[in-house]
Design a protein around this ligand. Structure first.
Ligand code: MF3
Ligand code: CO
Ligand code: CO
Length: 302
């Protein structure tokens, strides 16, 4: 049996080892011959079998993906509501209240609340805060940028997304950073297709960010999600094409690049949550939850 003879590559008309469901000749045959994939097919195939065994939630069923999409729609609606209300004079605690009340009114639960001891319903990360900012009395002022990261649990499914908002008129540098970070997210999403690798996403994002003189945060990454808040695999926003976990239909994960105007290094404040840029430079972030489909990608928080 082919599965039990791991030294053998698939035949031309056999299903590709990557799990895409396509014939080997239509999928990885050429790349393998050119030596462009990270590992011989038998290694990648063994690795896929291993990661499916080690992670029962790696491949979602169509019904699970529809559940995640319903959670994702609540997340998206909340991000829209924040976009309509946010502005100079709002406090991050007010944003937390909007998220808490809207999530409950929709029949959901705000996933961050009490997650590993996180005290609020949402993360609010202003200016040099990279992520995991805790809502409080801080008043937003004209010129701030703020990432609001909303995660909703609905009927046991999870949708995770974030946007960076501009408060009033902001500096040209801040506006540009936010725009490039949004582009990084969508360039990463463009890489998602069965037969690809997690490293394809990271390389596309890193290339774009660095071309603009920005840096990619290393200490926080995207992640599998949908059933648990944070599942395997990790999705770094840097790396090399053709490396990392193979992308398989039914995988659900986030892409959430954090891009710094200066150096990529971060430090954690004494509250043990708030991550800030080590050099005090601005940081922006956008996030979507998405599914790998038979022929590409499906954004579940759109
Ligand atoms: N939503 C964040 C993410 O994108 C995680 C926040 S964890 C919390 O992965 F505890 F800070 F809420
Ligand atoms: Co996330
Ligand atoms: Co998030």
């Amino acid at each position: 049996m082919r599965e039990s003879s791991p030294a053998m590559a698939p035949g031309r008309n056999d299903p590709c080892w990557c799990g895409s469901g396509q014939k080997y000749k239509k999928c990885h045959l050429e790349q393998d011959r050119a030596g462009r994939t990270e590992a011989p097919p038998q290694r990648a195939r063994a690795r896929r079998a291993e990661s499916v065994r080690g992670n029962p939630h790696l491949i979602k069923t169509p019904a699970q993906i529809e559940g995640i999409r319903r959670a994702g729609a609540v997340t998206r609606d909340i991000l829209d509501l924040i976009e309509a209300r946010i502005g100079p004079g709002a406090t991050t605690d007010e944003i937390d209240r909007w998220v808490y009340e809207t999530t409950l009114a929709r029949g959901g639960y705000p996933s961050p609340l009490h997650y590993k001891g996180f005290p609020k319903s949402v993360c609010t990360s202003v200016n040099e805060v990279v992520c995991h900012g805790i809502p409080g009395a801080r008043v937003l002022v004209e010129g701030d940028i703020i990432n609001v990261d909303v995660t909703t649990t609905l009927d046991g499914f999870i949708g995770d997304a974030s946007r960076t908002y501009l408060i009033g008129r902001v500096s040209e540098q801040a506006r540009r950073l936010v725009e490039v970070t949004r582009e990084c997210l969508y360039l990463g999403i463009d890489q998602v297709r069965p037969g690809g690798y997690v490293g394809d996403i990271g390389e596309a994002i890193q290339r774009h960010a660095e071309a603009h003189g920005y840096s990619v945060v290393r200490d926080f990454v995207g992640h599998g999600t949908g059933i648990e808040f944070h599942e395997e695999p990790q999705i770094p926003h840097f790396g090399r094409r053709g490396t990392g976990h193979p992308l398989l239909p039914g995988m659900v994960f986030t892409i959430e690049p954090m891009i710094n105007a200066g150096d990529w290094r971060i430090r954690i404040l004494p509250d043990r949550w708030t991550a800030v840029t080590a050099d005090g430079s601005l940081s922006a972030q956008f996030e979507h939850t998405l599914a790998v489909t038979e022929n590409g990608v499906d954004i579940l928080t759109k």
